[in-house]
Design a protein around this ligand. Structure first.
Ligand SMILES: Cc1cc2nc3c(=O)[nH]c(=O)nc-3n(C[C@H](O)[C@H](O)[C@H](O)COP(=O)(O)O)c2cc1C
Length: 345
């Protein structure tokens, strides 16, 4: 057996057909959203099993010391892979966090035969290609209620709940976001990390490019400022408010531990892809939970009964060109396939 990078066109290595199906899904999963586009995962495919591991070298210590957002990102990649497999008609058995003594081993997917590709799976598979984070202020039309219900159902189907923020709770979310922004802006380690992931890291097909970001502007709930210094015009300064029709969801779990974070990432992916399939625009908001006091505030808003894992902003996209897709690392860096060396003669 030899290990090959996914894209090595080496004719002397034979890869099983089942491994190729799993590898294609792992490559598709590269399009998953991740915190600051860190893409903190690795796939290894051997025979009929794909193994998903966390890549801790990509963990963002200033905002994610426990690896919560890293694990959520890997959960999103796991869900993307499962969507790709379902759309291709491949059944898999997923085992989450299968070993206590190996915390970086997040999931295994074992091929379990053919199934009829369903059209919902194919819709979500198309949404993988279409989805991108849209941080622009949304259109003035609100998210239709029946679609919001569908998004909640998608989260639940993936194993977590999405709490839709009620108008009377919007102030709590705004205060949490503003508080997190001020605390992070004042932290030199945060600014240095942000600088790397919006600058030097871009050359490697990772990080957040400037043309995918948007000015904070006078929004009821401020979004993350990727410049790290721009406080933006507050809605209290008399500036014309924008983004007033945005809806906010919070993915919540019963417990605050890695297995729940992974499932929350799957639910996040399910919500984002379902929204995209419904022609809605989205942007994840983890700033709401990165700072302890902001997370506590959200938890109180949720009645102290659930753990907020990540926020998501949802709306009707504004007219005009959609933001560009952000780049991805080469597949060969994240997907390894074990193949068989073919010997002539
Ligand atoms: C766990 C997680 C946290 C994120 N947090 C934020 C955030 O706070 N603000 C933001 O604008 N985007 C956030 N994003 C979106 C990522 O920046 C985005 O997915 C990544 O840059 C790749 O771009 P794409 O979604 O357009 O493919 C987050 C995504 C994930 C998965």
């Amino acid at each position: 057996m030899v290990t090959v990078r996914h894209t090595e066109p080496d004719a002397a290595i034979r890869v099983e057909a089942v491994s190729r199906i799993l590898a294609r899904a792992a490559v598709t999963a590269l399009r998953a959203p991740s915190i600051w586009n860190t893409q903190p995962w690795r796939w290894r495919i051997e025979h009929d099993v794909a193994v998903l591991r966390a890549d801790r070298r990509r963990q963002l210590d200033p905002i994610d010391p426990e690896g919560r957002l890293l694990t959520v990102s890997c959960g999103a990649a796991l869900h993307h892979a499962c969507v790709a497999l379902a759309a291709e008609g491949a059944a898999v058995v997923v085992d989450r966090l299968p070993r206590d003594d190996d915390p970086d081993l997040l999931a295994t997917l074992r091929y379990a035969g053919r199934l009829q590709p369903s059209s919902p799976a194919q819709r979500l598979r198309h949404a993988i290609q279409a989805r991108r984070t849209d941080r622009r202020p949304f259109d003035v039309r609100p998210v239709p209620e029946h679609i919001a219900d569908r998004l909640r159902a998608a989260a639940r189907h993936a194993g977590a709940d999405m709490h839709l923020v009620r108008p009377q709770d919007l102030t709590a979310v705004a205060v949490a976001a503003g508080h997190a922004a001020a605390a992070e802006r004042a932290d030199p380690a945060y600014r240095a990390e942000l600088d790397r992931w919006t600058g030097a890291r871009l050359a490697a097909g990772e990080g957040v490019p400037h043309d995918t970001t948007a000015a904070v502007g006078a929004r009821p709930v401020p979004i993350r400022d990727f410049t790290g210094v721009d406080e933006g015009p507050s809605i209290y300064s008399g500036a014309e408010p924008v983004d007033r029709a945005a809806s906010y969801g919070v993915i919540v779990t019963d417990v605050d531990e890695p297995a729940a974070w992974l499932v929350a990432g799957e639910a996040l992916s399910a919500v984002l892809l379902t929204a995209t399939a419904e022609r809605l625009a989205t942007s994840a908001m983890s700033d709401l939970v990165e700072v302890r006091s902001a997370r506590d505030l959200l938890r109180r808003m949720l009645g102290d009964v659930a753990h907020p894992v990540i926020g998501v902003r949802i709306g009707v996209p504004a007219p005009g060109a959609l933001p560009p897709h952000s780049p991805r690392r080469p597949a060969a860096e994240t997907v390894e396939v074990v193949g068989e060396l073919m010997v002539d003669g």
